[in-house]
Structure formats: structure tokens, C-alpha cells
Design a protein around this ligand. Structure first.
Ligand SMILES: *Cc1c(COP(=O)(O)O)cnc(C)c1O
Length: 404
């Protein structure tokens, strides 16, 4: 049995239950205070780092407002995310356009809105940036190939070989852009801290060779995301990541350059709890031991990162208790698609007396959940997400629903 108290302490759990008791399932409740705590902790462990929040992990207006207040910057992937951030009154000089896959018209849009910091990893994109965002700062994303220790890898699709990064930065200078730095992402939920070592070593090589051979002085390393949230598989504490990464930087650089981070999961993951209800429990033949537990949430409604059983969320129920008899389950969603199965190979165990109508809670579901839900597959509306702090409950758009 997964111990809920290992993830959510009693006091916070009781408050969560009280606040959420009248809301229809499925829903996700995000505790903003936890995001604030994670943000402060990250900035304390990396005092030399500058944070660009990866908006895609949880784009709710209450999160944007909170991080604005705390002084964060924002890593943005699309014009729609940009609009959401600017609508909060956040200045464009706190925005980085981190998506390397973009249209020329979108580069132009960002430039017109005042953004002057762009990621790239290809010639065509760099040409667009030179044409549509003249004089901007450029950082080139390098390819990280060995991401098998990341539970949600972001490799292959993004980044280029360091040799190409070199050429792109030379070309950036020739085209009147400012060659500013190097970025990488070692893969999301990266459990092997050593991955940062390799990436930093490649970065150092680029800093040195560009200065020696081309008189290009890079200033910045953008280390992306990758820091973990708390799921079932154990990870090191953030402090371990910080001390190791700081050591790599000190080993490779005489003076540590400007360091940017783009945390998503590590800021928002632990802040959310998804509440679902058991629709049906069945067995596929008279003697099978495993029960199929069908829930009112699923792969298409908040739990896309269970694809390939990649992210293993802690799952708990109200019937969990010391000594309870439990049995293996296959956890599946409610839609008419057989891909809508969350866990089959990973053997989750739930109490034998679990029944239709009982609640099943998915812990650490604050990142990459609600915003990934389908808009209406099988007619199911996208899962609702709510936010709360000490004062009130808010909806996704930031409206106050209920004072606390
Ligand atoms: C998704 C993404 C992030 C966030 O990564 P996490 O592992 O969730 O912290 C950061 N940077 C870029 C460019 C991304 O695409």
C-alpha cells in the first residue's frame, strides 16, 4: 500500500478534504502554497540561478500570478502562452521564447510584443529570428542523447549536435543577432544527476572554442528543467542536485556564467491532487485475481503521462488503512479506447472492499495534467482544475470561487 502521509501530511490532507468535499469529480486541486514553497526552495538552493517557469507544466492564471509576485521569469512555448502571461501585466523582458519549433509569424509576434530572448536549434529557425526579431539574444539548444534515466525524456526532438550549435552561434553573430548562450534539457523527471555533468562539459567546450576561434563571448547557460517531483520511484532531494550541479559548474568554469533554470514539474508537480471516482470494478473471468478498476478520469482526461506507464503517480483511497486486505488492480479510464489504461504492468494494489462510487486520489498531479486533457473525447468535458491558498479557492482563469 502506498502511504499517503509519505506524500501529503495529515494536516494538509484534512484541509484538502474539507476544501474539496462539495466538488464533482473528476477534479484537480492545486495548493498554491506548495508552489510558492518549491519556488523559494529552488531559489535558495541555486542562489546564482534565474528562474524561467515552464508555463506548459501548469498554465493556470493563479500560478502565473503567484510566480509573477515572487519575481519569476517565464519560459514560453507559444503565442497563446505569451498572451496569457502578458495579460497578467508581466513585462516581456521576463519572457524567453524557449520553443525551437516555431513559425516565422510567431517569431514576429513575440518580437512585436517586446520579447528579445529566443532559443533555436536549426538554421531555418535562426534565419527567421534574424529576419523577424533583429538584434535579439540567441541561445542554442544542444541535443542530449542519453535520457533513459529520465521518466519523461525530451530528447531527440529538440536540440542539435554541439558542432552545429557552434555554427549557429557564429551565424547568429553574422546576422546581427547576439550570441548569448547554450541551453539543454536533460529530460523531465531526470533521476541521474550525472546527466547534468555531461551537458555542462559540452557547454564548456562551446564557450571556450567560440571565444578562442570566433571571439564570441557567451554569457549564459540555460539548464532547462528536469528536477523531479515526488512520485513512486524515489529520487534524490533537490539539495543533492544543487550541490552536484554547482560542483560541475565550478569544475568547468573559472567564473560561473549566468545560469537560467526552466523548472516545470519540480515547481508544480507535488502541488496537485486529482480526485476521481470508481465507475465500475470488474474481473475478466470467474477466477482471475486482478480486478479492473475503471475510474472517471483517465489517459485522456488528466493522466496522459501514464502513457507507457512512464510517470507512476501515488494512488490512494479512503479505504486505505493499517492491515487492510488489498489486491492487485488494473487502473483504467472511462472512455471507449483501449489505450485508456493507466497501469497494467505496474502492479498497483488497492483495498479489496473498494466499491463503485468510492474516491481514488492521484497524488502529485499538479504538473502536465489538466492542460493535457482532451477537449471532449467521448463527450467527457476536460477535467476541472482549481487552485487554493490560505485565502480562497480560484478557478483556472483566476476568479475567486469561495473564500476560505
Ligand atoms: C517542458 C520544458 C521544461 C520543463 O521541464 P520540467 O522537467 O518539467 O522541469 C523546461 N524547458 C523546456 C524548453 C521545456 O520544453
Amino acid at each position: 500500500m502506498i502511504k499517503r502521509a509519505d506524500f501529503v501530511p495529515d494536516e494538509e490532507w484534512n484541509r484538502f478534504k474539507e476544501i474539496t468535499k462539495d466538488f464533482a469529480t473528476p477534479n484537480i486541486f492545486v495548493n498554491l502554497d506548495l508552489i510558492e514553497k518549491n519556488y523559494r526552495q529552488l531559489n535558495k538552493t541555486f542562489p546564482y540561478g534565474k528562474t524561467y517557469y515552464a508555463v506548459k507544466s501548469n498554465p493556470g492564471v493563479p500560478v502565473l500570478r503567484l510566480l509573477d509576485k515572487l519575481g519569476s521569469n517565464f519560459d514560453i512555448a507559444t503565442r497563446y502562452e505569451l498572451d496569457m502571461v502578458l495579460a497578467q501585466g508581466i513585462s516581456p523582458d521576463r519572457v524567453s521564447y524557449g520553443n525551437t519549433i516555431k513559425k516565422a509569424v510567431d517569431v514576429e509576434y513575440f518580437y512585436q510584443k517586446g520579447v528579445r530572448l529566443f532559443a533555436t536549434d536549426s538554421k531555418d529557425d535562426l534565419k527567421n529570428i534574424a529576419a523577424k526579431a533583429p538584434g535579439s539574444k540567441i541561445y542554442v539548444r544542444i541535443l542530449i542523447e542519453n535520457s533513459s534515466t529520465a521518466d519523461w525524456p525530451l530528447s531527440r526532438k529538440f536540440g542539435c549536435h554541439p558542432d552545429m550549435a557552434y555554427n549557429l552561434l557564429v551565424m547568429a553573430k553574422e546576422k546581427g543577432l547576439i550570441p548569448y548562450g547554450i541551453s539543454f534539457h536533460v529530460g523531465s523527471q531526470q533521476r541521474d544527476i550525472g546527466q547534468w555533468n555531461d551537458a555542462i562539459a559540452k557547454t564548456k567546450y562551446l564557450f571556450e572554442s567560440l571565444e578562442e576561434e570566433e571571439d564570441i563571448k557567451l554569457e549564459m547557460i540555460n539548464m532547462g528543467g528536469g528536477f523531479p517531483a515526488h512520485y513512486i520511484q524515489p529520487t534524490n532531494e533537490l539539495s543533492e542536485y544543487a550541490s552536484e550541479i554547482t560542483r560541475y559548474l565550478n569544475d568547468d568554469f573559472e567564473k560561473i556564467p549566468k545560469i537560467f533554470f526552466e523548472p516545470g514539474r519540480s515547481l508544480t508537480g507535488d502541488s496537485g491532487i486529482l480526485t476521481s471516482e470508481v465507475v465500475l470494478i470488474s474481473r475478466k473471468n470467474n477466477t482471475s485475481l486482478a480486478r479492473w478498476v475503471y475510474l472517471d478520469c483517465g489517459m485522456f482526461n488528466g493522466l496522459i503521462e501514464t502513457m507507457g506507464e512512464a510517470i507512476k503517480y501515488p494512488v490512494v483511497t479512503d479505504k486505505d488503512r493499517e492491515g487492510v486486505k488489498e489486491g492487485e488492480v488494473i487502473l483504467a479510464g472511462p472512455t471507449c479506447d483501449s489505450a485508456d489504461i493507466m497501469y497494467e504492468n505496474e502492479k498497483y494494489k488497492l483495498p479489496i472492499d473498494l466499491k463503485s462510487g468510492d474516491k481514488v486520489y492521484w497524488l502529485s498531479t499538479g504538473a502536465y495534467t489538466a492542460s493535457y486533457a482532451s477537449v471532449g473525447f467521448n463527450g467527457y468535458p476536460p477535467i476541472k482544475i482549481y487552485y487554493y491558498d490560505q485565502k480562497a479557492v480560484y478557478d483556472e482563469a483566476g476568479n475567486t470561487l469561495k473564500e476560505l
